[in-house]
Structure formats: structure tokens, C-alpha cells
Write a new protein. Sequence first.
Lengths: 497, 314
Amino acid sequence: MGTAAAAISPSVLARAAQAQGKGQVTVGLPADILNFDPSMKQFSTYPVIRQVYSKLLDYTVAYQPVPDLAVSWKIADDYRSATFKLRPGVKFHNGRTMTAKDVVAVFERAMNPEFGQNLVTLTSGQGMRAVTAVDDTTVRFDYEYQTPNILDTIQEVDIIAPEAFSQLRQTTIGTGPFKVAEWVPNDHVALDRFPQYWNSGRPSLERVTLKPFNNPDAMVTALQTGTIDIAISLPYPQAARLRAEHDLVIQGDSTGAFLNNFEMNPQRPPFDKKLVRQAMQYAVDRETILKTVYAGLGQVRVAPYPPNSTAYNPELNKRYRFDLARAKQLLTQAGYPNGFKFTAPITPASADYPQAAQILKADLAKIGVDMEIQLVDIARFVPMLFGGQFDMTYAFVALNKDPLTLFRNSAYRTFSSPVFPQGNFPAGYVDTINAARHTVVKEARYNLFTKIQEILLDEAWMIPVCSHEVISGWLKSVHGFSWDIDFEIQLDNTSKS
Amino acid sequence: MARYIGSRLVQAIPVLFLVSVAVFSIIHLTPGDPAYVLLGPNALPDQVKEIRAELGLDRPLPVQYAVWVSRVVRGDLGRSYLNGFPVIGLLDRAWPVTLQVTIGALLVALAVAVPLALLTVRFRRTWVDHAAGAFVAVAYGMPTFWVAILLVFVLSIRLRWLPPSGYVSLGQDPGQALRLLLMPSIALSLGVASVLARFLRATLLEELAREYVRTARAKGLAERAVLYRHATRNALVPVVTVLGMQFGAFMGGAVLTEAIFGLPGVGRLLWNSVLSRDYAVVQAAVLVSAVVFVLINLLTDLCYGLLDPRIRYG
């Protein structure tokens, strides 16, 4: 053993890094990508999206629109149409020039219930009615009604060469800074520099390798030893320790996009009683969950919207605080002075879910409520969540961009709701959301979103806990690594010294 | 010999049929749905219905089983539900990785167990015997995942001698491939090595008590020749049986070691496919593993003839 080890020489890692070269980076991921279809909007596929695709426009983390494949756009005064001027001469990875007809084909696919997958609710579901090629470099979008979040509906869609539509489960043709070299499922995705990328001078890297790790600790070790250059979704308990390592940069995503919630099913007793749901709001120790589960990275939330949202109202965040005595009092009023027992299916797919549930379970036990945590894997959990087969559960929702984003998440949405399957939503909820959907006046929208949040807090089937930040780490020799508002990582400006 | 092999292969058919029924039933009766994995928690009911129809999951289970088996017997293992790749291609890439680790672990286990057993027999009831016994007990008691973590901590993080994870094929870069295989092979082998060492020691002691050994000694053969040339060869027959059976343990242990060392083998493929309910991949991976296990058992039986000339196959 000693002989074998000595023969390997002390710096296998340095040699590996040298062999890899400055023009290449390896990115560690918590899971393999599912495929190259961006319409699935799967979190595991996000790391590949911004490398191979571009959009007409993108948002910075601060929700500022920036041109991408479109050089300019104009939204009609009535907010019922928008016209986009495309960047001329943009090439697809197969060398073909992108035209307005390609963009139309991509949006028509996104709006088509047969192929659009999760994009349907983000395009036609938001009022997008027709997309027309005015000429080779001009595209017009028409909406059924006044749509304040027009730019969101367009930013959600990645531009794919229509000839690649049928291949998206295995490869793709986009206009992004890198093109697909190979995908070996279960092992790696290799992306090569696209020399005809529209943003000349970018990317500086010749090759990017995306490497999935089943075990987050193995990914941490690979980062520490320089086997990989960047790691996404580092485990929270390791964040503080890794920050102390002098050759690593550790950073949270700071998009404020991910909100963790306990979700109750108001169709099932005892959560069919509003007083019980409100008691649960008082029983959640948000501060402790944020501090112990998420390493303090994020913000405690009582109302769903983050401070950078146009719907943020600081007064609403004072509505509930951790107060077990008050929770007990409400339970007594609701007819449960001795507490009750319920089951909470929780997925261990992300380590924070069971940890947060354990904290709530311990606190509820103090007021006589027996919360039984049932660990279920993700393939079983998703149908349970979607089908409303739970008393209470814990999951995150995404709510960046326009405040309406919140209502595309299943527990908040007003159609195909798992928690109000009969459409028996609380009074005023659906009407107020619909009013906000069609209102463009800033103050009026703010008031409508405040009203919606008041309904949410009063009816209390959702318990916002805190936002969480996705932690990334990279070697100090890596420069220019960034991400957009959706936490789609960007490597077009990344280099390695 | 050919007749024996033929009859053993025929006997394997009902075994494989039962395996196919078992794996199909278990994975399909396990709660969960690949359509939801593909579409995510914000999917709409109509979209889920469409995907289920596309994957053939809306048909009755017996029909799905019949379709799958009819394809398998024609050599078509289907396509992954998640990415559409042919399952045979996924297995074709994954099996060599698992086999390399398994063979590596087998070699390490033999390299540790055989000398250890011989030493303990040669120096029976001395400090060497006791020390080896203690090592075997400790090695047997250490879980594979713990050994793996320990190896990574010491050899990769502290000493920086070996890369902590990754895989390159032997054809691509033999040196780097062996470096990457070393830790998984050691981690996987220790438990089996300790079982083998104990077993070989016991059978060697039995052989040394037999009359042919007394005769060999009476003829004036050196103790070394008695032990290595005569007793060891005879003691190896039952050891080969144990080794063949431990092959299954190696394949089971590969799920853990492949996750820890980032190896794209069958264990990891199977793990990911179970979690995402990629039925086509799970069914094929388990069925092919069963075939490999049957073949290893056959090979084990054939090895008896090489080790003991008295064994004949009819």
C-alpha cells in the first residue's frame, strides 16, 4: 500500500488540474440532468440551460431586464402586445442563422399543451395568444388581456432550433455559448465552446464538464481537493467549514427566489379548521429553522414576498411570531385542548426538509400535537404533493420576478389546486389574483397583492418559513462565475487562472 | 462438459423468469410515478395523463409485463423513460465500471486473505496468528461506506495521494484508471477478505489434519511444500464456492462505493433509476445482474474441476 501510494506521487491533483488546463472547468452537480428540454423546468436541468441556450431577454439577479437574443423591445401602451427586434446574424450550433420564424416556432411549442410541458402555464396560461413573425428580425407577441408581466412570459422561454425539438431528450441545438459535445447519463455532460456565439470574445473556456454526484459529501471532497472547479448546491452544514478554507469561494445565490413552506391540507381534519391552521403558524419557529437548517443563509418570511418584490409589505411579516402559548390557546378554541395526531410525508431528497420538519415536530410535541414524519422518496412524494395526499408537508416554491410568479406553484395556484380540488378557494382569493393579473397601475397592484397576502395569512394553509439560498463553491482560480435570477448558472464569462 | 453447461443454462430459465416477475412487480407496485418525476410538482393532470400514455403506463400491468418480456427475449431492453437512451447502451457503459471495481475488489480480497490465512496456519497460536485474527475481526466489523469515507479522508484529503472520485476507462488512461479504482476496490474488498481469510484458515487446518498430509510429511517433504503444494490446493475448492457467492455481495456493495467514489457503474445507475422510477432501466439492470450472477455460479462450478481432477461433469 505504502509503495503503491508513493509511486502515485504527492500531487495527483495538481497533475490532474494541469492536465485539465486553464480552458476547462468541471462543475459538480447534486444530480444528473434529466434531458435537454428546457420546457420541463426541472431544477436538475438548470445547470445546462444557460450554457446551451439563450433567451430573447434575461433578468439580472436584481430583476432588471437585459437584452440577449433581442436587441430591443417595445410593450404596447395597453399591455396587450409587445414587439421584439432580434439580434441579426445569431447562429444556431448547427451553423444556421436564427430568424423570427424560429422564435415563433419555439413559442408555439411552448404554448402547445401537447409539447409545452411546464411552459404552457407560463405563456398561454398568462394570456399569450399569438406570436407572429413581422419580418426576419421582428417578432410580435399578442395577449388575450392586459398583461402586466409580459416580459416574464417571454423571459421564461429558451430558444431552440426547431429541427432539434424531437431530440431534446438526448441532445439539443441552441444559440448559447457552448454546444453539446456528449452526454453520458449517470456520468457527465461535456460542452464545447461555440465559436460563432453572438457575443464575440465569449466564452473564454474551451470545455465545460458537468459532473453529477449522488453523494453531496463526495462533491464537497472533490471541490476541496481540486478534482472539480465549481460545486452547486453544497450541503448547508458544511458551508461554515468550507468558508474557512483559503482557496475556496463559498457564496449563497441571493436571488431570494426559493421560499420554504409548511403546507397544510384544508380538506383534511383537523386542518379544515382555520383556527388550527393559524395555531400552526404560531408554532413554527422560523428563526431556529433558518439558523440551524439553512446556516442562517436566507430571510425569515411570514408573508411570502421578499423585500425586493413590488408586492413586499413589511407590516404583513409581523402577523405571526413563534408563540407556543398562543398556538395552544388557538387549539383549545378550535376544540383540540389536548392536541391531536397527524402525518406529514416529507421527502429526504433534500436534507433540509426532514431537518425542518423535526424542529416543528419537537415544538408541536410541547403543546400536545403528535406530528408523525413519514419519509418518502421524491418519486412518491411528488404525486402525493400534487394529489393533496397529505395532512401537512414541507417543500419550497419559486417566486422571483413578477409577484404573479407565486401563483404558478401548485399550492398557491387557482387552477388544478391540490389543496382546493373542488375550487372551493377562500372568499376573494381567486378574484383578487385575477384582478392583479389584469392591472398594470403600480399602486393598484400593490394594494391587490397586499389583499391577497392578507387572505393567505388569515386562511393560513401555507406557512412561509424562510427563503433559502443555494450555496455554490468554487476554487479561487475560477473567475467570472455567476447566475441569473432563476439560479441558472452562467459560464459564458467564466475563466480560470 | 458442453452437456453440463447446456443443462445448467436451461435450469437458469425458470430462475430468470421468476426474477423478471419479481422485479417487475416490486418496481411497479412501489408507490411513485415516472411521469411526475419528468414533469415536476407543478404539472397539470392532463400533462401527466399524456406522459403516462406515451410511456405505456396507462395499460394494465399484465399487458405491460407481456410487452416488456416479449421485447427482452428479442434482445430489446427498451429505452429509459427519462432520457430516451436505449437501456442496453446505458448498461453497456455501466457494466464495465462495476466489473472493474468488482474484479479489483476480488483481487485485493485474495491478495489480503490468502497470505493472511497461510500466515495464521504457518504460525498458529503465535502472536502472528493473534494479530491476524484481530485484523480480520476489525476488517469484518467495518462497514463498507465507513472504510470508503476513511480512505477518502486519509488518502485524498490529508495525504493528497489519490483523487477522491471519478472514473476513466482502462483503455483511456490505464495509470489514472488504476489510481481511481484503488480506493473503491479496497473499500469493497475488506469485508470479503476477512471472511475468506477465516474460511481458508479453517479449511487449511482441516486439510493439514488429513492422512495424505501425514503421508507427505512421513515421506520427508518440507513443511512449506506440504502446506503450499498439497494442502492449499485442496483447501481452495470450498473457498471458490465462497468467492462465487461473495460476488453478489460485491455487486450489492457497489451501490454504495459507486455513490461515494462517483463511479458511473450499474449500482449508481440502478440507484438513480429506482429513485426516479425509471422502470425500464431498473427492470433491465436487475435482470442482467441476475444473468451475470447465474453465469458466475456456473463458472464457479466449472472451477472445481480445475482445482480437483476427481470432479467430472456429465
